[in-house]
Write a protein that binds this ligand. Structure first.
Ligand SMILES: Nc1ncnc2c1ncn2[C@@H]1O[C@H](COP(=O)(O)OP(=O)(O)O)[C@@H](O)[C@H]1O
Ligand SMILES: O=C(O)C1=C[C@@H](OP(=O)(O)O)[C@@H](O)[C@H](O)C1
Ligand SMILES: [Mg+2]
Length: 177
């Protein structure tokens, strides 16, 4: 069985990166880190507040700074935020340092799973339209950097984590790790 050292979850808001990530990390005996939670722990405020105070640009700077560090941690599964792949430097860190898993979700699924939360980019009217535009822009990036991808529409977080653990343990890491 291959020794999996680092796994990075990418995908749109509501795909289940934070939820499935925790379960998948446990199955792979990896430490689990959620990038958003790490940003909040470092700043002492939640993501919406960071957007309010520093704007998206300030959030992206913090996100890239922590991603650069956390993608070096051994024996770790890192659940990224949906926009972490926008920065080309982040794309390189993810692609070169571990196994990238793309959790796919269509807009209807995203809406259903994010409607009770405050994601700054979905504030205001027409969240579905915003999600559709965001997904159209980012899907090519997710596809380009992913080693594995999975549709998260059908199945519980546990079931998807089980399927991913099996697939990851069957594939040899394509990185030095
Ligand atoms: N496969 C799934 N089936 C049903 N609900 C899910 C699934 N994956 C995640 N969820 C729920 O959707 C919401 C968003 O999940 P989350 O892990 O925060 O997504 P992300 O980190 O990708 O934005 C949470 O309430 C979570 O419990
Ligand atoms: O898609 C995005 O740009 C964002 C996704 C969020 O993380 P999740 O994908 O875990 O919701 C969080 O990083 C922030 O609200 C920005
Ligand atoms: Mg998340």
């Amino acid at each position: 069985m291959s020794r999996i050292d680092r796994v990075f979850l990418v995908g749109p808001m509501g795909a289940g990166k934070s939820t499935i990530g925790r379960r998948l990390a446990a199955r792979l005996a990896l430490s689990f880190v959620d990038l958003d939670a790490a940003i909040e722990a470092r700043t002492g405020v939640d993501i919406p507040r960071i957007f309010d105070i520093e704007g998206e640009a300030g959030f992206r700077r913090r996100e890239s700074e922590l991603l650069e560090t956390l993608t070096r941690q051994p024996r770790t599964l890192l659940a990224t935020g949906g926009g972490a792949v926008l920065d080309p430097a982040n794309q390189r860190c993810l692609r070169e340092r571990g196994q990238v898993v793309y959790l796919r979700a269509d807009v209807a699924t995203q809406i259903a799973r994010t409607r009770h939360s405050d994601r700054p980019l979905l504030r205001g009217d027409d969240p579905a339209g915003r999600l559709a535009a965001i997904l159209e822009a980012r899907a090519p990036i997710y596809e380009a950097i992913a080693d594995i991808s999975i549709d998260t529409r059908d199945g519980s977080p546990e079931r998807i984590a089980e399927q991913l653990a099996r697939r990851l343990q069957q594939t040899e890491p394509s990185h030095d790790g």
